[in-house]
Design a protein around this ligand. Structure first.
Ligand SMILES: NC(=O)c1ccc[n+]([C@@H]2O[C@H](COP(=O)([O-])OP(=O)(O)OC[C@H]3O[C@@H](n4cnc5c(N)ncnc54)[C@H](O)[C@@H]3O)[C@@H](O)[C@H]2O)c1
Length: 329
């Protein structure tokens, strides 16, 4: 890589060849200007399987060996191993001189995200987090409408989300592992959060009220207790009758004073899950940032740190009772 970026295809090393990576990360690589230089997984057969399927050149079971390897050259590292392991792997990769993308959440808590941010600042290497909803076309359209002068000052947001999986064994980890994406979506739409007040029921249902730095307010409801029902509905209110909603099918309706002023409908039958959910967009942005030797436009680790603080505040508020200021996290 030169100081001005990479002219050729980006050579990626991918750590993690588990379920999510197999279904949604490796399949994106075929649409990107990348070559899969190396695949690493503790499970050799998984790593070999991905290398075979996606033309991976080298296979490792020890990521430290891969980072030091002389038999293979790569430009960036993609990490999809789970929140418990990602902080140490990402920090080692950045310290070894590589820009890094990790799945979301970046780590178990804001403290871990802060350590990753610190390593990114010290090493000068990018650390991007896979907050894919920021790259979903319908949410980008909604975000643009919210930022327009016409929409006016954001006043209220509500997100009603259920994960569509049985609650067995999740405990409250569903908030960290999946709810984190809607917590980040709230921040993407309305900006930084200053305070949360949350309640939980039996570990499977959470309600949080959010106060945003811009003075607006919001609610976030998250549950795994609808069993196989997946729900994702957003309602955002601006000023003087400006209101936008999206429903679970990805349809956006924009209203002004009771009249529909815009409809964006992408029927489920036409949706491409990699593109419409944002997986392809997030990796496209990471690869472009590596090629152009710049920071990604969004979802960098400083941004992910702020989302993790809101997550930690929701759990603390639900556990201890009362409102929690984000500054206390
Ligand atoms: N963005 C999304 O929509 C979404 C969806 C599902 C999962 N995820 C996230 O993706 C991550 C991975 O999920 P998954 O379903 O692929 O998990 P998984 O448990 O199926 O796979 C993890 C893989 O990482 C490997 N691994 C763990 N530590 C390693 C190490 N030190 N070196 C090399 N390999 C190592 C494991 O052997 C395993 O194959 C999680 O952080 C999860 O939260 C995101």
């Amino acid at each position: 890589m030169t100081a001005s970026g990479i002219d050729q295809r980006v050579r990626l090393a991918v750590i993690g060849a588990g379920e999510h990576a197999s279904e949604r990360i490796y399949p994106c690589l075929s649409f990107l200007p990348v070559d899969l230089a190396a695949v690493c997984d503790l499970d050799d057969s998984r790593a070999r399987g991905k290398a075979r399927a996606f033309a991976g050149e080298e296979v490792y079971t020890d990521y430290k060996k891969m980072l030091k390897a002389i038999e293979v050259e790569f430009d960036a590292v993609v990490i999809c191993t789970g929140h418990a392991t990602q902080p140490a792997l990402a920090i080692d990769a950045m310290e070894a001189g590589y820009p890094v993308w990790t799945e979301a959440p970046p780590g178990p808590s804001a403290t871990d995200a802060a350590a990753m941010w610190e390593s990114s600042s010290r090493s000068g290497q990018t650390c991007m987090t896979g907050f894919m909803k920021r790259f979903s076309p319908v949410y980008q359209k909604m975000r643009t409408a919210i930022a327009s002068t016409e929409f006016g000052a954001p006043s209220m947001l509500s997100i009603n989300w259920s994960m569509g999986q049985r609650p067995h064994g999740w405990g409250n980890s569903f908030v960290l592992e999946s709810g984190i994406h809607v917590i980040d979506l709230a921040r993407y739409m309305f900006g930084d959060v200053t305070q949360v007040f949350a309640k939980e029921h039996d570990g499977h249902s959470y309600v949080a009220t959010l106060t945003f730095a811009n003075g607006s307010i919001g609610t976030l409801t998250m549950t795994v207790n609808r069993v196989d029902q997946f729900t994702e509905e957003l309602h955002v209110t601006g000023d003087h009758g400006h209101y936008i909603k999206t429903d679970t099918s990805g349809r956006m309706m924009r209203y002004h004073s009771g009249e529909v002023v815009e409809v964006c409908d992408r029927p489920l039958s036409l949706q491409d899950s990699l593109k419409d959910i944002g997986y392809l967009g997030e990796l496209t942005e990471f690869v472009a940032a590596v090629r152009e030797d710049r920071q990604p436009a969004t979802a960098t680790i400083d941004c992910a740190y702020q989302t993790m603080r809101v997550h930690d505040a929701i759990l603390r508020s639900a556990h201890e009772g009362g409102a929690v200021d984000i500054d206390d996290i």
